[in-house]
Ligand binder design. Structure first.
Ligand SMILES: Cc1ncc(COP(=O)(O)O)c(C=O)c1O
Length: 483
């Protein structure tokens, strides 16, 4: 490296126009965040004015630091409004505004761990369909996870299996409303009652459904009670950056009582510097997402969310009916929300179908087989899906036909065994990248000449591996991507 030159840092400052032009170039390969063709990751209202209001409020709050609410009272007023709106809709409680579902869950797990000291290592009992954020929280906070099976037809948690798994070291039981993989609501009342009988806390993960299900119910869908009004439910997470349509970095965790919320807080006076008192994992933290979430709620209002709810419900119904009529495909379970999971067959490989859809400009999220649930494609139906639902169905039908013609992924003989037998500890990132390339997988590169990347082989290999090996390979994948 030339002395004085740092890659990524120019010698002299650049103009805003220049920077934005480069940013636009870097984003050229990104999936589009508007328009409804990306059926995971992004949530589009189809109303540009709402997102514009959120972006401006986000920018307005960008430099405000949530580290010290006494220095910036605006954040207290704003957070009280946002958390209050979520509590009003979801059975009351006392909340914290967090950066996302994972952080909300992390705080709920910390509160449960600290509220209920146990003799052994604390445990979380959850259904296998619960989000990995619970495994991550357990990993970070020193708990064990006890997974329980779900019904093989409905994909809902089994309350009896959960009740049987609770022991003296259990500090938290989990139900999802809905679970992400198949979009079904677990039997919250029975699970919460089983937890309460043993004096154990119960968290409802409504990250994806909290700000959706009440509007679907109002629009005519049958939605069972799932929130803090259900006896035995002690905490709940609800992401506003999902069906609240707020910019990313916005979630709320609610606790049934203020004493439990205090268990989520953290204070430290063990140094000679400023006083540390945090409600969240982050300490210094931009108030941008809070401003963005506040503005989105205000810009849409009850009527806006209800209209989005109606459109979402209608789109999800048409999608389910349409997919059910495509040969070789079936919808898994009977989704209670607007998340739809589509399984293939011996003739139609869902991983190939996903690549085919991507070529046609649509992103359908592959989900690997797990715990007896087959590989499938996940589609999150949002308010913006309705306008394009017939086009989406046509893309799925055409892609299924193309996948049928191409046939399922055929992995080179011995490849899966070779990957499973790799001693990853003895391989550096370059050697791993070389092996992947030899197997036809180029890590970190998009498709040739901007074409959509082919992921079917990667997904088929991962799908054939046990979860622990999948995890080790995925960590390697990420490491190589950033090297
Ligand atoms: C049910 C559920 N819980 C938790 C999460 C994690 O949320 P985040 O990605 O905001 O951390 C998700 C994300 O999709 C989810 O669907």
């Amino acid at each position: 490296m030339t002395p004085g030159l740092t890659p990524g840092l120019p010698q002299t400052g650049r103009t805003t126009e220049d920077l934005l032009a480069e940013l636009a170039r870097m984003k050229e390969g990104d999936l589009p965040v508007r328009g409804g063709k990306v059926t995971a990751y992004v949530y589009d209202t189809g109303r540009p004015g709402v997102h514009e209001a959120a972006a401006r409020a986000y920018a307005e709050m960008l430099e405000v630091n949530c580290l010290d609410p006494t220095a910036f009272p605006s954040i207290v007023e704003m957070e009280k409004q946002v958390v209050g709106a979520v509590a009003d809709l979801l059975g009351g409680g006392h909340g914290v505004f967090t950066s996302g579902g994972t952080e909300s869950i992390m705080l709920a797990v910390k509160a449960a761990r600290d509220a209920r000291p146990v003799a052994g290592r604390p445990r979380i009992v959850l259904p296998v369909t619960a989000h990995p954020a619970f495994h991550k929280a357990a990993h970070y906070l020193g708990l064990d996870v006890v997974p329980t099976p779900v019904d093989p037809e409905t994909f809902r948690a089994d309350p009896a299996a959960i009740a049987a798994a609770i022991d003296d070291d259990t500090v938290l039981v989990v139900a999802s409303a809905p679970s992400y993989p198949q979009g079904v609501i677990d039997p919250v009342a029975e699970i919460a009652a089983a937890a309460a009988r043993r004096g154990v806390l119960c968290h409802v993960d409504a990250c994806v459904g909290g700000w959706l299900l009440p509007w679907l119910r109002e629009a005519g869908a049958e939605v069972p009670a799932f929130d803090l009004s259900v006896p035995g439910v002690t905490s709940l997470s609800c992401d506003l950056h999902k069906f609240g349509y707020a910019p990313k970095g916005a979630s709320v965790v609610l606790f049934a009582d203020p004493a439990l919320r205090r268990r989520a807080y953290y204070a430290s006076a063990a140094w000679p510097g400023y006083t540390v008192i945090n409600a969240t994992v982050q300490s210094s933290r931009t108030a941008g997402p809070l401003g963005g979430a506040w503005a989105t709620l205000q810009a849409l209002g009850r009527e806006g969310y209800l209209r989005l709810g109606r459109d979402t419900l209608e789109a999800a119904r048409r999608l389910r009916r349409g997919v059910g009529a495509i040969p070789g495909l079936r919808v898994l379970g009977e989704p209670d929300s607007s998340l739809v999971s589509v399984a293939g067959s011996a003739e139609v490989d869902v991983f190939v179908l996903s690549d085919e859809a991507r070529r046609r400009g649509w992103f359908l999220q592959p989900q690997l087989s797990y715990a007896g649930i087959p590989a499938n494609l996940h589609i999150t139906v949002t308010g913006a899906t309705l306008d394009g639902v017939e086009e989406l169905l046509k893309v799925i039908e055409d892609s299924a036909l193309a996948a049928r013609e191409r046939g399922p992924v055929r992995l080179p003989e011995g490849l899966v065994e070779a990957v499973a037998g790799l001693d990853l500890e003895s391989l550096d990132d370059a050697a791993f990248a070389g092996l992947a390339a030899a197997a036809g997988v180029s890590i970190g590169a998009g498709g040739e000449d901007g074409a959509a990347p082919e992921m079917a082989t990667v997904n088929a290999v991962l799908d054939a591996l046990p979860a622990s090996v999948r995890e080790a390979v995925l960590v390697r994948f990420l490491s190589v991507m950033y090297s």
